[in-house]
Design a protein around this ligand. Structure first.
Ligand SMILES: Cc1ncc(COP(=O)(O)O)c(C=O)c1O
Length: 433
């Protein structure tokens, strides 16, 4: 298919965007670099349910869901009407509104261990708030982390994306491997008496091995540190209360964001009353102009009401598992198991690619994205399902993936993507685990 003309508006917009915006996007992972440019939409205009329309007028079933926030579907009438009703009353005020008390009360009921809550905006704000509270509570400095925790200095300084951050900061955050208690214990010995907290994504890859999270919580507490779960991805996706709810392990503090308000900007730090009260008692500074912005709060209340309905998360998990099964059957039928594998824990799961012969994983991921786009599907491989995806969409996904895998098989068999990938090769998306 000759797609350079097909995505003309996207390409024109990209030219304009690149003149005024680094990478042409506000978020790294949404940039043109991560899609097979020339053969992909690059700008979206509207969405409904699980579908989005690009600036050239093409419709795609979207499995990225705005990088996670869209949990009940684009332009959901129940959420949008709550937002519109609030818009008519006002957006930001000079004093708190009753709405924020209502949401705070609600969150203390639905999030494990949330004795008190504080609203911020991005996931990064919430993880940073949790770490600051832990440091203030323990009067220690060292942070042990596992996963991705956002853009702020304390975390990103511990990665290779540390430009612009003083070296002294990076010395205070140390990464540890997931599902490995011995490695964590070794760090507690190395930094004896200095660790303020362990912050981690409680679900990584296929999830925790049996008993891992409970054992980890014990180790953290035996060493006088606090446990923080970064539920920015897992919260409101596996369950309202994320991994804490799913695995029955309650951290001292937790950060939620992304899926809480179906795409409106809200994140929260929640946890133990004695620790959260430090915001008042010690003026631990967690305060933003827009923390009480009402449209996001109205959206969160409406979103949670939908997600609370019985069976919502079971349905999502079942759909994700059906997808994984279909993908696995295709992979084994086409005998491409050396280069393609399913990954993740449903409903945040999908496929990942490995190097094969002279091809690297980005060659294969690029072909996959391109072929899925040709079939009317926008995906990175790992999918985010929302409540408006159904059996029909999953069947379409699996059928499209079979075609994409056939193209990948051809690339593997001929050891080239030449003539197969007609868009640009994508670049690695930064995500540290
Ligand atoms: C697990 C996790 N924590 C924190 C963040 C940071 O959230 P935000 O980008 O909203 O600041 C992200 C974002 O992708 C995330 O995946």
């Amino acid at each position: 298919m000759e797609n350079a003309a097909r995505f003309r508006e996207s390409d024109e917009l990209l030219k304009r965007a690149l003149k005024v915006t680094p990478l042409g996007a506000q978020t790294f992972s949404k940039s043109y670099r991560y899609f097979p440019r020339g053969n992909a939409p690059l700008f979206l205009e509207k969405g409904k349910g699980c579908r989005v329309w690009d600036v050239d007028g093409y419709c795609f079933v979207d499995y990225i869901c705005a990088l996670g926030p869209v949990t009940v579907g684009y332009h959901d009438e129940r959420v949008d009407s709550a937002v519109i009703a609030q818009l008519e009353k006002g957006v930001s005020f000079s004093q708190p509104t009753p709405l924020e008390v209502t949401l705070a009360e609600k969150l203390t009921r639905v999030l494990p261990g949330a004795e008190m809550v504080r609203f911020v905006k991005n996931g990064s704000d919430a993880t940073t708030a949790a770490v600051r509270l832990a440091r203030a509570h323990t009067e220690r400095d060292i942070v042990l982390c596992s996963g991705y925790h956002g853009m702020h200095d304390w975390y990103i300084s511990s990665t290779t994306n540390d430009a612009g951050i003083p070296g002294a900061i990076s010395e205070m955050t140390v990464a540890f491997p997931y599902n490995d208690i011995a490695a964590l214990k070794a760090l507690f010995s190395q930094y004896a008496g200095r660790v303020a907290c362990v912050i981690m994504e409680p679900i990584q890859g296929e999830g925790p091995r049996d008993g891992y999270l409970a054992e980890l919580a014990d180790v953290v507490h035996e060493n006088g540190a606090l446990l923080i779960f970064d539920e920015v991805v897992s919260g409101f996706r596996y369950a309202i209360g994320g991994a804490s709810e799913l695995f029955g392990v309650t951290p001292d503090l937790a950060a939620y964001g992304k899926g809480i308000a179906n795409g409106l900007p809200l994140s929260v730090v929640v946890g133990r009353r004695d620790v959260m009260e430090l915001i008042a008692e010690k003026a631990v500074f967690i305060s933003t102009t827009f923390g009480g912005e009402t449209l996001s709060i109205a959206a969160a209340l409406a979103t949670i009401e939908i997600l609370e309905k019985p069976g919502v998360f079971k349905t999502l998990r079942d759909l994700g598992n059906k997808m994984l099964l279909g993908l696995e059957e295709s992979i084994s039928r086409l005998k491409i198991g050396g280069a393609v594998a399913t990954t993740g824990l449903s409903p945040h799961a999908g496929v990942k690619f490995e190097a094969s012969g002279g091809l690297d994983y980005l060659d294969l991921t690029s072909v996959f994205e391109q072929e899925m786009i040709n079939e009317g599907i926008l995906t990175y491989g790992i999918t985010n399902l929302n409540t408006s995806h159904g059996e029909r969409e999953i069947e379409q996904y699996v059928a499209a993936a079979e075609k994409a895998f056939s193209a990948i098989k051809k690339a593997i068999d001929t050891d080239t993507i030449s003539g197969i990938l007609t868009g640009a090769k994508i670049e690695p998306v930064f995500r540290r685990n």
